[in-house]
Design a protein around this ligand. Structure first.
Ligand SMILES: C[S@@+](CC[C@H](N)C(=O)[O-])C[C@H]1O[C@@H](n2cnc3c(N)ncnc32)[C@H](O)[C@@H]1O
Length: 233
């Protein structure tokens, strides 16, 4: 993706990717964690260079609507710049990621946030712990069968009236493994727009904002579905 690797390197990468996807076929979260551990720095630099207008637009919407000092959980925070860093200037942030290397960078970028190294689908908090839960561009790395229980958990963790905001991949993708996401093997999984919205509404969320936002990433248009949902009071 970044450079133009030689044919030989491409073949080696393909072989390594196939081996990893077979070895961890029942543990896709290991593929994700290993991939981001390998390229956390590269991903972080890329995310800063390829700033998506939708990222800033929705961060601003959140800041305009969720009061300063609120308790916020960020799932899949990545290297923490620009998002965790900005959110931590406004909120009491607990940030999570499955990649240790991403969290090491995020700790430097947002030193006043709390961090939890974990698969987001294995997290647990008491009911009504947070005022807001956000996930920027991270859900498409979790298997489909974990979407529904995770969204139910998010609903439980939020206080009544609390906000869930996420940027999700609105595509029908099941257990896809690719060999070159920033040079590493990566796992992808998502639902189409209709099913995604249905899954979010189901546990007791009212969708108050939804929009498909496109941006050019490495010369290719990439679209995310942004959703802001409010837990019923
Ligand atoms: C595309 S990056 C987005 C990072 C950051 N949110 C941003 O806006 O740049 C996806 C992030 O989600 C994290 N992630 C993927 N699956 C995860 C899981 N099951 N639990 C926690 N974090 C996960 C990855 O490690 C990675 O940091």
């Amino acid at each position: 993706m970044k450079n133009n690797p030689s044919k030989f390197k491409q073949v080696l990468r393909r072989i390594a990717s196939v081996i990893r996807s077979i070895r961890y076929r029942n543990q896709p979260e290991r593929i994700v964690a290993m991939g981001y551990d390998e390229m956390a720095g590269d991903y972080g630099n890329w995310a800063l260079r390829h700033e998506r207008p939708d990222r800033d637009k929705y961060t601003k919407l959140l800041i305009d609507n969720v009061p300063k000092g609120a308790k916020l959980l960020e799932l899949g925070c990545g290297p923490g710049d620009p998002t965790t860093k900005t959110l931590a200037q406004h909120y009491a942030v607990t940030a999570n990621d499955i990649s240790e290397s991403c969290l090491e960078l995020a700790k430097k970028n947002a030193p006043n946030a709390k961090f939890i190294l974990s698969d987001m689908t294995a997290l647990d908090f008491a009911g009504e712990t947070f005022d807001a839960v956000v996930a920027y561009y991270a859900f498409h790395h979790i298997p489909r069968d974990r979407y529904e229980p995770l969204i139910k958990q998010i609903n439980k963790w939020l206080r009544p009236g609390g906000i869930f905001m996420a940027a999700l991949y609105p595509y029908d993708i099941e257990d896809l493994v690719t060999e070159d996401w920033h040079g590493s093997t990566m796992y992808w999984s998502s639902f189409d727009e209709e099913k995604t919205l249905q899954l979010i509404s189901a546990p007791g969320f009212k969708i108050i904002e939804q929009s498909k936002e496109s941006a050019i990433e490495d010369g290719k248009e990439t679209t995310f579905l942004w959703v802001i949902a409010q837990k019923y009071s």
